[in-house]
Design a protein around this ligand. Structure first.
Ligand SMILES: *Cc1c(COP(=O)(O)O)cnc(C)c1O
Length: 363
């Protein structure tokens, strides 16, 4: 059986004509930077999320970078986040010479443990970046109330949770700013790099719009330091087509997650939990297992693809190394998690084979 970890190609084939028409329209329009397509996609996203400003950017990483720049993060500022996330969350803090301050994660959701945030707040703390890992929201009420109490910014990293909700409100719309990624394998994926920034704050929106075009509101006049981080026009045309399918695709993922849950019933495998008030969109279906290294070798021999997100937490990375961090859950969980194939093109036969193979390893 041929199983893909993610299957963007077969998803594309189902909507090929629509996508090609959209790309052709851009090519024939002669407008390859910004323009109507980007504007329309931004409008559709702001409606979808119910947020005032949706600003297309070049990637999820740049979305984080320009957000941190917009709130004025600078040298020696401290930004609280998790070490159990993709590198970009922390890389962008370090690029601005600020300091990531790591808080441990919850053992069940793998998201930042809000009960430990207050312990690490200092006079230098400027912001919190909660990451909605694997498609499930963090505890946003608690995080927002801590931020309010200490006058901190909140930037949500919703790269894995576009469409996920907390108390019927979309992730990415709780903080001062939300960011997401349209990397091809994300739940809403472009055919290249793309991302977006969300905010209800007019001033921040205006600043971000300037930062992504070299810090200028009027061309060739630069008021603030910026970068080139625009959303590509062809990508926005593609994403505009795909956005219509997102809710359907997310419910397919939820259905497949339920099937995995049922197939793992009465086994020792720890399946993902969906916490109260959440709509988990299963960017990843991530289980916890014993003897993971042996299991992964076995899965390779049986042609079952898998992902480990993330094998080495960020506080242990050579490039970001920081001493004296005590993150017991993060370190334990990084050795236990394994993500199974999760995409819109799964079949019951594939899921059955994947689960039976895993269970046969533990027999
Ligand atoms: C994918 C991802 C990013 C970065 O997005 P890119 O579009 O690849 O730059 C940032 N944070 C998290 C949590 C991600 O999963």
């Amino acid at each position: 059986m041929q199983i893909q970890l993610v299957d963007v190609l077969n998803q594309y084939k189902k909507i090929k004509d629509e996508i090609r028409t959209a790309i052709d329209e851009v090519l024939e329009s002669g407008q390859y930077i910004l323009g109507k397509n980007v504007f329309e996609f931004e409008n559709n996203c702001s409606k979808y999320l119910n947020i005032k400003h949706a600003i297309g950017v070049s990637s999820g990483t740049d979305a984080l970078l320009v957000s941190l720049m917009a709130i004025g993060i600078e040298e020696d500022d401290e930004v609280i986040t998790t070490a159990f996330t993709f590198a970009a969350t922390v890389e962008t803090i370090l690029l601005l010479k600020a300091k990531p301050i790591y808080v441990d994660i919850e053992n069940d959701s793998f998201n930042i443990d809000f009960t430990k945030i207050e312990n690490v707040i200092t006079r230098k703390t400027k912001a919190i970046i909660p990451v909605h890992l694997y498609g499930q929201s963090c505890e946003m009420d608690e995080i927002l109330s801590i931020a309010k109490k200490y006058n901190l910014y909140v930037i949500e990293d919703a790269a894995q949770s576009f469409g996920a909700e907390f108390k019927n409100k979309k992730t990415g719309t709780f903080g001062n700013i939300g960011t997401t990624s349209f990397f091809p394998s994300k739940n809403l994926g472009a055919f290249g790099d793309a991302g977006m920034v969300f905010t209800n704050d007019d001033k921040l929106a205006e600043k971000i719009r300037a930062i992504i075009v070299h810090g200028s509101k009027e061309r060739y006049y630069h008021e603030i330091l910026g970068v080139n981080a625009r959303l590509d026009t062809i990508q926005s045309a593609i994403l505009n087509v795909k956005l219509k399918y997102l809710d359907m695709w997310n419910s397919q993922r939820q259905k497949f997650a339920k099937i995995y849950d049922e197939l793992f019933q009465n086994s020792n495998i720890i399946i993902p939990i969906t916490k109260l008030y959440r709509n988990h969109i299963f960017h990843q279906y991530t289980i916890k297992v014993e003897r993971r290294d042996e299991l992964t070798e076995f899965l390779k021999s049986k042609n079952v693809p898998f992902g480990i997100y993330y094998p080495l937490p960020l506080h242990k990375q050579k490039a970001y190394f920081c001493k004296n961090n005590f993150l017991p859950n993060t370190e334990m969980i990084a050795n236990q998690v394994i993500s199974l194939p999760m995409h819109t093109e799964l079949t019951f036969e594939m899921q059955k084979y994947i689960v039976e193979t895993i269970l046969s390893f533990y027999k």
